[in-house]
Write a protein that binds this ligand. Structure first.
Ligand code: FRU
Length: 441
């Protein structure tokens, strides 16, 4: 049995991590991502892979967009974003450089530069320019300043960067420009209470005039059932320059480095379905690939932020069935059910349960060392679960809460047993079509 996914983006071979440069340009969605085709652990040379799609169902695997090959990015073209200006697509990214020597690579020995490449067709990128160096960042920053996210507001361009300061706190640096080339430091956004030592992959959203900063904080202390993963990924309200009321975006084992983009009024989020430095495994080495991206999710705001798979993904659902008792289904399915109190559902060896306001995802009986993840003090009225061979994405109350995880077992199908649930609606999910659009030597 193979663990390869059928309706998620994953690497053809090798390593995948963060989504990068999410954008819509010249009639196509562009989904770039961190990849290393030479090493399933991403240790040799990370750079930007590239998928394109018009409909989120069939995808083209394009030639790599961005390879670190200058003195300013020779150890990797790390994460960043995309923006269109006057018919040109610009990619902003982190040029990673590790100097040889006896360094700690936090305070010395590393460069994190901001570089830019551009393209008129969205496929071939050139004209690489280095726009910011470490010495351009405020003097209290360590060498860890990365992941530029560029956006436009009232005719000006802004760029936010995740930073680790010398006192081991994280913040977001903000730069401004009127030409996307010359950048001037404007201010920093600082977390009011929930802080770690680093904020990776900052992003920015606006709903109903309220501004938000998304980020992946490293170093948050576990607090009961909060922040159970080694690193978190969540959203802060932005008040002036203060980052407040932090909420995790996802409560599963494998969700990190989420990035958003907007097109035709939809805000779409895609995250890495993985977790750096986790103490559990993703046993796909023998198949020569590692990790994947989450389903694309549309974000909405109605007092709280909700995320749910975009309509194009829901359109992949077919063969609707309704069950009132245990059943068996394909491992590429979506199941939905209403909830009216406590319940328990077993999907092979995975157990979902809800008791006394506590929702638990239990993978302790599966292969891979994942144990339990929780959400405390919630009311549940509806659950939708997307299973894809070795991934599970759970959306509670139409996306008010989400849990994203990989799971590993050796069964061909999925046997579903439940209590406290009246009936379950089941759909089979149609797979993505992926076409290689370049010839590799
Ligand atoms: C987040 C991250 C980014 C960095 C990239 C390198 O997962 O550590 O901060 O740019 O991965 O692949």
């Amino acid at each position: 049995m193979s663990y390869r996914l059928k309706y998620h983006l994953m690497p053809k071979v090798g390593w995948m991590n963060d989504p990068n440069g999410l954008s819509y340009f010249k009639g196509m969605y562009h989904i770039f991502y961190q990849q290393d085709e030479k090493d399933i652990y991403g240790r040799i040379h990370r750079h930007w892979g590239h998928y394109t799609t018009k409909d989120f169902k069939s995808y083209g695997k394009q030639i790599d967009a961005n390879y670190g090959d200058t003195s300013r990015d020779c150890d990797g073209a790390y994460s960043g974003s995309a923006i269109e200006k006057d018919g040109t697509l610009y990619l902003f990214y982190t040029g990673n450089v590790r100097h040889k020597g006896d360094y700690d690579y936090i305070h010395a020995g590393r460069e994190h530069n901001v570089l830019r490449v551009e393209s008129s067709d969205g496929i071939h990128f050139s004209n690489k320019k280095c726009l910011l160096l470490n010495q351009d960042y405020p003097s209290d920053c360590t060498c860890h300043v990365r992941d530029p996210k560029v956006y436009e507001e009232n005719g000006m361009y802004y760029l936010v960067l995740g930073a680790r300061l010398k006192d081991d706190t994280g913040c977001v640096l903000k730069y401004k420009s009127n030409d996307l080339e010359n950048w001037e430091y404007e201010t920093r956004y600082v977390p009011k209470d929930t802080n770690g030592y680093m904020l990776e992959c900052p992003d920015r959203l606006v709903f109903d005039n309220q501004k938000f900063i998304l980020a992946s904080p490293q170093g948050l202390k576990q607090d009961g059932y909060k922040y159970e993963n080694v690193y978190d990924n969540g959203i802060y309200e932005l008040h002036g320059t203060s980052l407040e009321n932090y909420k995790s975006l996802d409560h599963g084992f494998d969700f990190y480095a989420a990035q958003t983009f907007s097109h035709t009024k939809r805000n779409i989020l895609i995250a890495w379905m993985g977790m750096p430095d986790a103490n559990y495994q993703t046993p796909t080495e023998s198949e020569n690939w590692m990790h994947a991206l989450t389903l694309p999710r549309v974000l909405s705001f109605d007092g709280c932020l909700k995320q749910f798979p975009i309509q194009e993904i829901l359109d992949l659902r077919q063969n609707k069935r309704v069950y009132k008792d245990f059943f068996s289904m394909s491992k590429t399915s979506n199941i939905e059910f209403d909830v009216n109190g406590e319940f328990e559902m077993r999907l092979n060896d995975i157990v979902l349960s809800y008791k006394n306001g506590l929702f638990t995802l239990d993978e302790s009986k599966c292969i891979s060392g994942r144990t339990q993840r929780h959400i405390e003090g919630i009311d549940i009225h509806h659950v939708s679960v997307f299973v894809d061979v070795s991934s599970i994405e759970i959306f509670i109350n139409d996306g008010e809460y989400a849990l994203t995880s990989r799971y590993f077992d050796e069964y061909e199908n999925m046997r579903v047993v439940f209590h406290g649930i009246e009936e379950v609606v089941v759909y089979v999910m149609k797979g993505f079509e992926i076409c290689l659009l370049y010839t590799s030597d």
